[in-house]
Design a protein around this ligand. Structure first.
Ligand code: PHE
Length: 349
């Protein structure tokens, strides 16, 4: 290497140092120091090459090299001074006074909210919570509820059967309603009894705005001495008023369920149009919304649970929780409750 080549190389090194140091964000100063000034750094190696250059030319070159080295050292010291002590917390451009990234807060599902509200309404009326399995046997879902085998009332509840049999050799099924919890509660408890249950039920139904193959129901049962239809009417009315406000009215329509006699549908005055006048899409202009099934517990059901129907009488009522949720939150399509669209879920906190 001759003196000219050496000078060129030195200026190339200075150029690349200037480029590196001017970068934004700047390179790590320690790494730059190692690369240019370290024992095997670019400048150190170049200075070592001086020994090949004739003595008389070497001196001015050496001075040039030293100046370059001092400049680089000064620039690196400057960079280190400006650089943060350590760690990402103090990285350049990071403002520690800014608020943190908000973490989205979860909330209860609207159906869970409604179930809690229904449960509260029952608890206030002195009912206690009861439970039962989702996979039921034929006896608890149908027979004990006075649906004999092949009874046409079974057709009201299109049933999913499971590929497993119970002790009686009958196919198990996904419970079609929460009424089997009435039976399970009476089997476990001596009268009097006052229980409720909320939970999932299943029917082989096509999904549309008001049907699903899996949905939720509420169930209430009260058996005591001298319980009458008047108690049922008062309780159903108090229950509805608790949920929808004291302004709502209830009425009973005759209906049929094998496990109650007499049986009724419980209607509530329309919470949307209030009057029934006009063309309310919710009550279809009738002014009434059908909300629950109800009735006096059938003597056959009491007998099957070893409650003497001569001594005890009771009522039961139940209905779909989705329907309550839709009315309470103004949801027009039941599927919105299952799609987990946050725009819907966030409206119920
Ligand atoms: N289990 C009935 C149904 O699912 C509703 C009901 C409950 C009716 C309690 C009367 C008493 O249709």
């Amino acid at each position: 290497m001759n003196a000219g080549e050496w000078k060129e190389k030195l200026s190339a090194i200075r150029d690349s140092f200037s480029v590196s140091i001017a970068k934004k964000p700047a390179d790590n100063p320690e790494a730059l120091e190692l690369r240019f000034l370290g024992r095997k750094g670019e400048l150190a190696l170049l200075l070592r090459d001086l020994k090949d250059i004739p003595l008389e030319e070497r001196k001015p070159l050496g001075a040039l090299g030293n100046t370059a080295k001092q400049e680089m050292e000064a620039k690196l010291a400057e960079l280190k001074g400006a650089a943060p002590a350590a760690g990402p917390a103090a990285a350049p451009g990071l403002d520690l006074t800014l608020p943190g990234t908000p973490f989205p807060k979860g909330s209860l599902h609207p159906l869970t909210h409604v179930m809690n509200r229904l449960a509260e309404a029952f608890l206030k009326l002195g009912f206690t919570m009861s439970d039962g399995p989702l996979v039921e046997d034929d006896y608890h879902n149908f027979e004990a509820l006075n649906f004999p085998p092949f009874h046409p009332a079974r057709d009201m509840q299109d049933t999913f059967y499971v590929d497993a049999k119970d002790a009686a050799g009958k196919f198990m099924l996904l419970r079609t309603h929460t009424s089997p919890v009435q039976i399970r509660s009476m089997e476990k408890t001596e009268p009097p009894i006052r229980v409720f249950h909320t939970g999932r039920v299943f029917r082989s139904e096509a999904v549309d705005a008001s049907h699903s193959f899996a949905f939720h129901q509420i169930e209430g049962l009260y058996v005591d001495k001298g319980v009458s239809m008047a108690d049922l009417k008062w309780t159903a009315d108090a229950f509805m008023k608790d949920l929808f406000g004291s302004g709502v009215k209830t009425r009973f329509n005759p209906s049929y369920f094998p496990f109650v006699e007499p049986g009724a549908e419980v209607d509530m005055s329309c919470v949307f149009c209030k009057t029934g006048a006009g063309r309310c899409p919710v009550c279809k202009g009738t002014g009434w919304l059908e909300l629950m099934g109800a009735g006096m517990v059938h003597p056959n059901v009491l007998k099957g649970c070893k409650y003497d129907p001569e001594k005890w009488s009771g009522f039961a009522f139940g209905g779909g929780i989705e329907r309550f949720a839709m009315l309470l939150y103004g949801i027009s399509d039941m599927r919105m409750l299952y799609e987990n669209d946050l725009r819907v879920l966030k409206q119920v906190q």
